[in-house]
Design a protein around this ligand. Structure first.
Ligand SMILES: [Fe+2]
Length: 158
């Protein structure tokens, strides 16, 4: 779970609509998607939960904002390991996952980072996009049945 003091910090710093397309209901679904993939592939659940709640937290608009992942990584960099509840290696995974979640410039084979990215892409239904399996990275996420399940969740009203 995400601790209340983390939620409070995110809320204080989030400058968009908390209930909007890049807000907390999106973050919660990304968390669920990621945890379900992690159960299958052993990705790091703590990093996945934090990614879900931090990756879009520094967005400045709901459309084109190519640097928001980089800003999220910078925001995380300032936070202590104790506050985040992770170790240094996990913090680095989390920062890389956030920094490159839209540009995918990190040529990584790290299953935790790839799971983070899939968990976000699987929530595209909320903006009218059906996730394509060729855009996903992990075998579990690529399954038609799982894509369908995440899509159905993503188009539900919060
Ligand atoms: Fe996102």
């Amino acid at each position: 779970m995400i601790a209340k003091d983390i939620i409070d910090l995110l809320k204080k710093n989030f400058c968009l609509n908390w209930n909007g397309i890049h807000g907390v209901s999106h973050w919660s679904r990304v968390r669920l998607n990621g945890l379900e993939i992690a159960k299958n592939n052993g990705a790091n659940e703590r990093v996945i939960e934090l990614f879900a709640f931090f990756h879009d937290s520094m967005r400045e608009n709901d459309s084109y904002d190519p640097l928001h992942g980089k800003r999220a990584a910078k925001f995380i960099e300032e936070l202590s390991l104790h506050f985040l509840g992770i170790n240094q290696q996990e913090k680095e995974q989390l920062m890389t996952a956030c920094k490159h979640h839209t540009d995918r410039l990190s040529d990584t084979s790290d299953k935790t980072i790839l799971t983070c990215w899939d968990s976000d892409a699987l929530d595209l239904g909320r903006v009218g996009i059906y996730p394509l399996s060729e855009r996903l990275n992990t075998n579990f996420a690529k399954q038609d049945s799982f894509i369908k399940k995440c899509y159905a969740r993503s188009i539900l009203k919060p």
